[in-house]
Write a protein that binds this ligand. Structure first.
Ligand SMILES: O=C(O)/C=C/C(=O)CC(=O)CC(=O)O
Ligand SMILES: [Ca+2]
Ligand SMILES: [Mg+2]
Length: 411
């Protein structure tokens, strides 16, 4: 059988010319040399080689952005550059006259190592699925209202730990910590017995903003470069004991996994959809009735050890990413290149649309076992019946570090 050309994509391949997500890769002959790449089908286009290979297609001023070892310089370059580079990449992979030149720049995906594609600046996690928030409220606070009184007036969030954001494939070590159930007389210290996942969609900030200058809903596209998949690993026993009154802390900060591919926001134009009807009038800075539809029809699939567990629909999110960004900056807080903000757990109304084990098992478990492997995948509808793939985010669970030394001996 003749070897298949990297340009001949399988029917329905979600990594066609409408997707073109960015990542960072290295090869075994030069493992230290990190390079930018764009996924095309089952191959990675070596972007670092593109400026010299196709000088007529790549603008000279973009050379330094494409030969950097992370996406950050490209992220910082701003929307018009993002559009120019994307157009150049699309020409490189689709124009027949460039095939001979581009072929040696395409590496089979299974021959490269993928790395965290950008330096994560600040990390924020929201709580924007009404279905998730209602379900979790009932489990964590059975005697109170499921949704707090502020929930439909602002997108609730918290600032997380950017230094522990890891790329897909990185093992996740079960955290040790302090926990106490209502039945316990005193807290104990040890490995989390309720390790969970949270299926989320992440947004990567490119263009920074100035201190004291809120980013309005209509400026969303000028600041957000692209979209990734996120698994916000959560230790429910540690979380449930520690979180009142300041919110998630050590129950979440040990690891957050992201996909290796950042898909440009423009790839989701055909998947834009109106968010659910609002139950209360919103303050002007959050009122999105007159702006472009802020929802995105991304369909996530959660699998544990290769078995499909659920299919959370991102289109059901109450708060949109544009509203989250507007809220995050309305107090004058500035954005930095590489900021990551995640949607919050994505859950839909149906039993097979829940984004975490806490909800799926109604708080009873079982949770993750050592050795379990969790994989999130997702796609969105693209133009003309095509699919936009988001890559995957995978991680397997390693046992907690042995308890030695003093913490567990605390009074
Ligand atoms: O309702 C709570 O007390 C906590 C909920 C969470 O787990 C916080 C979180 O990470 C938000 C989310 O992913 O939706
Ligand atoms: Ca979360
Ligand atoms: Mg986390």
């Amino acid at each position: 059988m003749p070897e298949q050309s990297p340009f001949d994509l399988a029917e329905g391949d979600p990594f066609g010319p409408h997707t073109l997500p960015y990542g960072v890769f290295s090869t075994s002959d030069a493992p230290e040399r990190r390079r930018l790449g764009v996924r095309y089908g089952r191959h990675v286009l070596d972007l670092s080689a593109l400026p010299s290979a196709l000088p007529a297609v790549v603008q000279p001023s973009h050379g330094a952005l494409l030969t950097a070892p992370t996406l950050n310089p490209l992220l910082a370059a701003g929307r018009s550059v993002w559009q120019e580079v994307r157009a150049a990449v699309r020409t490189a992979v689709t124009a027949p006259e460039h095939r001979a030149t581009v072929t040696p720049l395409l590496r089979p995906l299974d021959e490269v190592a993928l790395h965290l594609p950008f330096e994560v600046a600040d990390y924020v996690d929201f709580y924007s699925s009404e279905h998730h928030a209602t379900n979790v409220g009932r489990i964590f606070r059975p005697n109170g209202a499921a949704l707090p009184p502020n929930w439909k007036h602002l997108p609730i969030g918290y600032h997380g730990r950017s230094g522990t954001v890891v790329v897909t494939g990185t093992p996740v070590v079960r955290p040790n910590g302090q926990r106490k159930t209502p039945a316990d007389a005193a807290p104990t210290f040890g490995p989390s017995a309720r390790l969970d996942i949270e299926a989320e969609v992440g947004f990567v900030v490119g263009t920074p903003s100035s201190l004291h200058e809120p980013v309005g809903l209509d400026a969303f596209r000028n600041h957000v470069f692209g979209v990734c998949l996120v698994n916000d690993w959560s230790a429910r026993d540690i979380q449930a004991w520690e979180y009142m009154p300041l919110g998630p802390f050590l129950g979440k900060s040990f690891a957050t996994s992201v996909s290796a591919w950042i898909t440009p926001l423009d790839a989701f134009d055909a998947a834009r959809t109106a968010p659910p009807a609002r139950d209360f009038p919103l303050l002007p800075y959050l009122d999105d009735a007159e702006v472009e539809p802020g929802g995105i029809d991304i369909r996530i699939e959660v699998a544990v050890n290769g078995e499909r567990l659920s299919s959370p629909p991102f289109s059901a999110m109450y708060w949109t990413a544009a509203q989250q960004l507007a809220h995050m900056t309305v107090n004058g807080a500035s954005l930095r290149t590489g900021d990551l903000f995640a949607s919050g757990t994505v859950s839909g109304p149906e039993p097979d649309q829940l984004g975490c084990l806490l909800e799926i098992t109604q708080g009873k478990g079982p949770y993750l076992q050592d050795g379990d492997e969790v994989t999130l995948t997702a796609w969105a509808p693209g133009p003309d019946g095509t699919r936009i793939g988001l890559g995957e985010v995978t991680g397997h669970v390693l046992p907690a570090p042995a308890l030695t030394g003093s913490p567990q001996e605390a009074p």
